[in-house]
Design a protein around this ligand. Structure first.
Ligand SMILES: [Cu+2]
Length: 68
């Protein structure tokens, strides 16, 4: 069973930003899929367990961006 969660990331402007965020969030434990929509900043994460906001925020910040 998996859980989908939706987050909003601010500051992404191009495909490189999307790739960076995708890579960092995908590296979190239990994450199976990451879909980023550049236009809206929406990030949909599919994971085996619910994610902690602090963990997602840390991954996003590692990529150089922030959660809204
Ligand atoms: Cu960019």
């Amino acid at each position: 069973m998996t859980v989908a969660s939706t987050w909003t990331v601010t500051g992404m402007t191009c495909g490189h930003c999307v790739a960076s965020v995708t890579e960092e969030v995908a590296a979190l434990a239990g994450v199976e899929d990451v879909q980023v929509d550049l236009g809206s900043g929406r990030v949909v994460v599919t994971s085996a367990e619910p994610l902690d906001r602090t963990d997602v925020a840390a991954a996003v910040e590692e990529a150089g961006y922030a959660l809204a």
